[in-house]
Write a protein of this length. Structure first.
Length: 435
């Protein structure tokens, strides 16, 4: 790398000009630029190159060194502390010469062979052999001398985990439903593909053209008028139903009163005066069917089932005979439908798709929520964008778009879920005591 030398003059300041008529030209700006910081940086760079190279371009191994051996003079300066080990290492390395007591439970022998058991030794006193061994241990004569050794591992070090341990684990096979591979069906009655973000028309603008705004205002007004007419018709129908039910209830009460009066008059007549009064209940009793009638009904049902089976078999045979024709007709219909959809998409733009015209059978058991009315009335129009109040909600629009495209089912918000009913009872354990 070539060495960049400073100027040959002794002074490090920029050259000054005494005769200068004007300072408004570009030449004057370039001559009076302060280059002291640049010169200082160049001098520092030259110093680093002289001393062995640029520090920023060197590796970390050339600049730093890791001390692994440690200082050998510490043991000479502090001889007391050099041989002393940590208390934690002494506790870890300490081991007892006596083995630990076994915690395993052993079952006692409950069966006998009719012979007297051998008399066991007393366990509440120490034998001479154990006494001599304990005395030797107390004197310092251990059979297995325990040596204090420095720990070769770090007790508080975290255990190393194998990075490939998760590869050996078998993952549970998840069964994916068939509908995940199928494309979602949109709720539009025409069956056209709806874009995720539909381009709004000119009437939705905050500064719309008067014709677009008037057309959308009239359209939304007609919708509101139709909805109000339907509501009034529904109220009128409900009122008529209530009046009819009240009228029928009044007629039923009046008929019941007349029936009660007629029964009172019939009871006042002399018993047995009218002919056939005694055998009236017997005449109204239904007669029991004979076995011949039951067999006839059974044969008629069997004949009807046989006729239905023959008709179904005949229709299936006819369809099997012309199955190729049916398949060709279905393919031709699908091609015509795809062609019409393609032509319709080419002729109509995205804004012409009527999102409000939905098909009858929707996805899920709840209906699609109505879209918010994003319309500003004529008296609410502002002439300044600062006074404008924004309309609509992007989150609601995206959610309704997913519902219309058939990607998500329409759900109903349930603020309070039903909780399981719990029955509290008192345990009867107080009856199990014995004296």
């Amino acid at each position: 790398m070539p060495v960049i030398k400073p100027l040959t003059s002794d002074s490090t300041e920029a050259p000054s000009q005494y005769k200068q008529t004007s300072r408004k030209g570009k030449k004057a700006w370039r001559k009076n630029v302060d280059v002291t910081e640049v010169q200082k940086g160049l001098e520092d760079l030259n110093e680093e190159i002289i001393q062995g190279g640029v520090i920023r371009e060197k590796d970390s191994a050339d600049l730093f060194a890791v001390d692994v051996k440690g200082d050998s003079q510490i043991s000479k300066k502090f001889p007391k502390h050099a041989k002393k080990t940590l208390k934690a290492d002494e506790i870890i390395s300490r081991r007892s010469a006596i083995p630990a007591v076994s915690l395993r439970k052993r079952a006692a022998d409950r069966t006998t062979n009719a012979l007297l058991p051998v008399k066991r030794q007393r366990s509440d006193w120490v034998t001479h052999k154990d006494l001599a061994r304990l005395q030797r241990i107390a004197d310092g004569q251990h059979e297995n001398t325990v040596q204090v050794v420095d720990a070769t591992f770090d007790l508080w070090e975290a255990p190393k985990e194998d990075p490939n341990a998760h590869l050996d684990q078998k993952k549970k096979s998840v069964r994916v439903p068939k509908t995940m591979k199928e494309a979602p069906i949109s709720l539009i009655a025409s069956g056209k593909a709806v874009p995720a973000v539909q381009k709004p028309s000119g009437g939705y603008s905050y500064n719309p053209v008067f014709t677009d705004y008037e057309e959308r205002l009239v359209k939304e007004g007609d919708k509101a008028v139709e909805a109000e007419k339907k509501r009034l018709e529904a109220e009128e129908a409900a009122r008529l139903r209530e009046e009819a039910s009240a009228r029928s209830a009044a007629e039923a009460i009046a008929a019941e009163e007349r029936a009660n009066m007629s029964e009172w008059e019939e009871d006042s007549e002399w018993e047995g005066f009218q002919s056939g009064a005694e055998d009236g209940p017997e005449a109204r009793r239904p007669k029991r069917k004979t076995q011949a009638q039951r067999n006839r009904i059974k044969r008629r049902r069997e004949d009807e089932q046989l006729a239905k089976h023959k008709a179904a078999t005949k229709a299936r045979n006819i369809q099997e005979a012309r199955i190729k024709d049916i398949a060709a007709e279905i393919d031709e219909k699908e091609q015509r439908r795809a062609l019409t959809l393609l032509q319709g998409e080419e002729s109509e733009s995205e804004s012409d798709i009527n999102v409000d015209n939905l098909r009858r059978r929707q996805l899920g058991k709840y209906k699609l929520p109505e879209r918010d009315l994003e319309l500003v009335l004529p008296d609410e129009l502002q002439d300044s964008l600062r006074l404008l109040k924004p309309e609509g909600n992007l989150l609601k629009d995206r959610y309704r778009s997913m519902l219309v495209r058939g990607k998500v089912e329409s759900r109903r918000h349930i603020p309070f879920h039903k909780q399981a009913k719990r029955k509290v009872t008192e345990k009867w354990t107080h009856k199990d005591f014995t004296l």
